[in-house]
Design a protein around this ligand. Structure first.
Ligand SMILES: Nc1ncnc2c1ncn2[C@@H]1O[C@H](COP(=O)(O)OP(=O)(O)OP(=O)(O)O)[C@@H](O)[C@H]1O
Length: 810
């Protein structure tokens, strides 16, 4: 092997092959003058990861004057005959053509120039079959046609590939075109077995083509070439494994896992008991999958489809328990109280069990958050021995989320019901449609409510066809339940399909029982503490209920108990680590404050009603009933009325009505001291009426009597009782008119420690809906006229006598 000493031109991450021409940027052109002796340079690329480290093999280049692409073949053949015959220079670039590969023996730096003593290297084996040469040409042309076709010189390149007689140069030429990494190109350069290298180049050319997502047909050609290759050439050592190419191409040979899943799909499909027409459809898709190349854009989509289809529980169901006693004890074990609701659930389950189908209305648990709607659903599933799945409907705006996307859509998926069935693995789960009142109606993307209706309709749902699946699936074995916060916003056709079961908020007493019997145990367990090591006395649980939560349900209460348990868990694990004994921890009020911080709510109504002009009303909200304080104030002025607290129009009208009534009934009260003789009344005063929690919008007529009472209290200076709350609309004549949502309002007031409740006489009948333990702790005062309200609510009843004196005729 001939040795030489040459100047080295570092070329970064470029690998230049023998036989290829390149344009190189040169920093100092004068180093390469025409006719100067240095005419050969060594090109040595850096290793990709490290700019300082050169590869050991490079290509010896001759600098050429006439650019071979411009000067066509003559110059090139001249050059091959005599590399030093022609040189080119142009601006700060030179053109150079690769001649021979070399190995670096040693390197040295002299000033800015790098020198290396090198040894030229030739192929150790030069034997290649005609077919391999043909395959090389085909793969090169194929690569250009499908990856580099946009290049303006692609036709010349194809011609060159067709014409090149020197197989080594042909391979290097193709390798030079490939968009592969420096390391991969360098590996080709350093391969001195011609046949091996040729195979290597073919593999890269085909692999890159496949990566570029070319058409199916081309893949088939690729596959054919590879198969021929496999048959004709015994695998030389060092040649990458063909199956590896095929893996890269995504065309795995048989016997590998890509075929395994097809075989598995087929087996599963054969075993499935599903309608014949559906089976045929899935079989059709499976046949398509078998014929497709994995690189085809549809391949994965069809694969996912078949996977879903064969995994759906076409014929798998869980055995119903149908044991009413067991169902009753399951419900009792999971929930405190809720007797009426449990009774209705048991009836429902008994009827379902006898009829043997799931047709009939759907139970919809309605009520404030955290009152156990979801957990009742779970208990029902457990009682029946069925799987449970919750679908959060809140915010579903797109029909496709229910009915699935058509498969033409990229990233398409089945709808929530098919997904639920696949997850459950049985075709008769209990599916809870959570927050059915929040199902949006968005005309732009279909109507999810009507899609839902189809799912729930027993006359249609046995052939529910999800758009993604395209084949019907029988949903009639599913037991549907629903939850909602309010009934009013459930789309009417859906509401008609449901039997509404109302859950009201819990009283303080009930919350305490729920906490003691369920929540503490649950949280202690979830936080890894031993039950014997923690004691929650009633007093501290009550503290949490009253001072840290203000809710109808028990969600926040459960969270607070959880937070305390976590605090104790930290102490406990520290003690364990240091080997100390851990004494049973009693959660005193102090511990509660230590962990939860200072109390969030002060429930001292007495304090708030210390001055006249404040009265307690009651409001109904989707989150449960609550008390609503009305505050009023007066100042010298000109009859201005200011109302704050985000009130709706109806509520504002109540204020006007209240003022009119006061003006007509109480002329002397509204006269201001400053001008005793004026008959203008309010005209001497500015009145401000405020409803705290200003950020929450409020509306409705039921605050009428509360506003009137607050104003009378303000004008007379007589305080309103702090143990009394009220609700009722007021008419201009001072009649108290009935209101809605009494039960929730009363429960809300009861939670806040109210003892007396003033309600319209015509709402008396609603008292029966209020649980007995709440009734037993409350005094209900039913009224017809506002005068009765005042007599009951104000601390001093003499106001009534004053009214009569003031205006006996009215
Ligand atoms: N009566 C009860 N007895 C025992 N635990 C209860 C009772 N009511 C509620 N819980 C518990 O309170 C927590 C909250 O209940 P759940 O999640 O079922 O409320 P929800 O009414 O479904 O609320 P949302 O409307 O926000 O979904 C659960 O841990 C549940 O077990």
């Amino acid at each position: 092997m001939s040795k030489a000493r040459v100047q080295i031109l570092p070329v970064g991450h470029r690998v230049i092959f023998p036989g290829t021409t390149v344009r190189l940027a040169i920093s100092n052109l004068s180093d390469y003058p025409k006719g100067k002796k240095i005419t050969i340079i060594g090109i040595l690329p850096h290793e990709e990861s490290n700019n300082k480290k050169f590869y050991n093999y490079g290509t010896l280049m001759g600098i050429v004057y006439d650019h071979p692409i411009a000067k066509k073949e003559n110059s090139q053949s001249n050059f091959f005959n005599n590399p030093m015959s022609s040189f080119s220079r142009k601006d700060s670039h030179i053109f150079a053509i690769g001649v021979e590969r070399y190995k670096v023996l040693s390197m040295s730096e002299e000033g800015k120039t790098i020198w290396a003593s090198i040894q030229l290297e030739k192929d150790t084996s030069t034997e290649v079959s005609e077919t391999l040469i043909e395959d090389l040409r085909k793969s090169g042309i194929h690569y250009i046609q499908h990856v580099r076709m946009a290049d303006p010189v692609s036709r010349e390149r194809i011609k060159r590939i067709q014409d090149e007689k020197n197989i080594s140069n042909l391979g290097f030429y193709i390798a030079g075109l490939l968009e592969i990494s420096t390391a991969e190109k360098q590996a080709i350069l350093e391969n001195f077995n011609l046949e091996d290298r040729t195979n290597q180049i073919i593999a890269h050319a085909l692999n890159t083509t496949a990566e570029d997502q070319i058409h199916d047909e081309i893949n088939k050609k690729v596959q054919k070439i590879l198969q021929e290759q496999l048959k004709k050439t015994p695998k030389p050592s060092g040649l990458p494994d063909m199956s590896e190419f095929q893996r890269m191409l995504g065309t795995k040979p048989s016997g590998t896992d890509s075929n395994d899943f097809i075989v598995k799909f087929q087996e599963k499909l054969n075993a499935l008991q599903m309608p014949e027409s559906s089976k045929k459809y899935v079989q059709g898709e499976l046949n398509r999958l078998k014929a497709l190349q994995p690189t085809n854009s549809e391949y994965n989509m069809i694969r996912n489809y078949i996977e879903t289809a064969v995994e759906l529980p076409w014929n798998t169901s869980s055995q119903d328990k149908n044991d009413i006693d067991q169902a009753q004890s399951q419900l009792d074990n999971d929930h405190f109280g809720l007797e009426k609701i449990k009774k209705r659930i048991i009836e429902y389950l008994a009827v379902r069990g006898l009829k043997g189908d799931m047709k009939g209305s759907i139970l919809c648990f309605t009520g404030p958050p955290g009152v156990g709607k979801t957990s009742l659903g779970k208990s029902i599933a457990d009682a029946m021995g069925r799987k449970f799945y919750r679908i959060a409907l809140g915010g579903v705006r797109d029909e496709a989320e229910i009915r699935g996307h058509r498969r033409t859509y990229i990233g398409s998926m089945p709808g929530v019901f098919i997904h639920a069935l696949k997850t459950c693995g049985t075709n008769n789960p209990v599916i809870l449609l959570d927050e059915i009142d929040k199902v949006g109606k968005d005309m732009a993307r279909g109507d999810p409510a009507s899609a839902l209706l189809e799912v729930l309709d027993p006359s249609q749902n046995h052939t529910f066809t999800d758009h993604y699946m395209s084949i019907p699936f029988d949903l009639s074995n599913i037991l549907f339940l629903a939850t909602s916060n309010v009934i009013e916003t459930i789309p009417a056709p859906l509401r008609d399909r449901m039997e509404v079961i109302e859950l009201t908020g819990y009283s303080t007493h009930e919350k305490l029982q729920i906490a003691k019997r369920f929540l503490v145990a649950k949280q202690v367990n979830e936080n890894g503490i031993k039950f014997e090591l923690i004691d929650f006395p009633d007093e501290s649980l009550n503290k949490i209920i009253l001072e840290y939560t203000r809710e109808a349900g028990v969600r926040q209460l459960e969270r607070s108990i959880g937070a305390i348990c976590r605090g104790i868990a930290v102490e406990y694990s520290k003690a364990l680590k240091s080997g100390n004994d851990y004494q049973k921890k009693i959660i005193t009020n102090e511990v509660v404050e230590e962990i939860l911080g200072i109390p969030i709510f002060d429930n001292d109504l007495e304090e708030r009603l210390k001055s006249p002009g404040v009265a307690i009303g009651m409001a109904w909200t989707a989150y449960g009933g609550k008390i609503m304080i009305v505050e009023t104030s007066k100042s010298y002025g000109s009859g201005k009325l200011r109302i704050t607290g985000q009130l709706g129009d109806v509520m504002k009208e109540s204020i006007i009505t209240a003022i009119s009534w006061i003006k007509s009934k109480f002329p002397s009260l509204v006269k201001h001291d400053k001008n005793q003789n004026s008959s203008e009344g309010f005209s001497q005063l500015d009145i401000h009426i405020h409803f705290p929690a200003a950020a929450v919008p409020k509306d409705g007529p039921s605050a009428g009597i509360t506003i009137t009472t607050a104003l009378i209290s303000l004008l007379t200076g007589i305080k309103v009782r702090s143990d009394t709350s009220m609700t009722g609309e007021i008419s201009l004549k001072g009649n108290v008119l009935p209101i809605g949502g009494l039960k929730e309002k009363v429960l809300g007031a009861h939670r806040m420690g109210i003892k007396r409740i003033i309600i319209p006489e015509r709402n008396k009948k609603d008292i029966q809906d209020i649980p007995d333990y709440v009734k037993s702790e409350l005094e209900f005062i039913c009224v017809r006229k506002i005068e009765e309200v005042l007599a009951q609510a104000l601390e001093d009843k003499t106001i009534l006598a004053k009214m009569e004196v003031d205006n006996p005729k009215l």
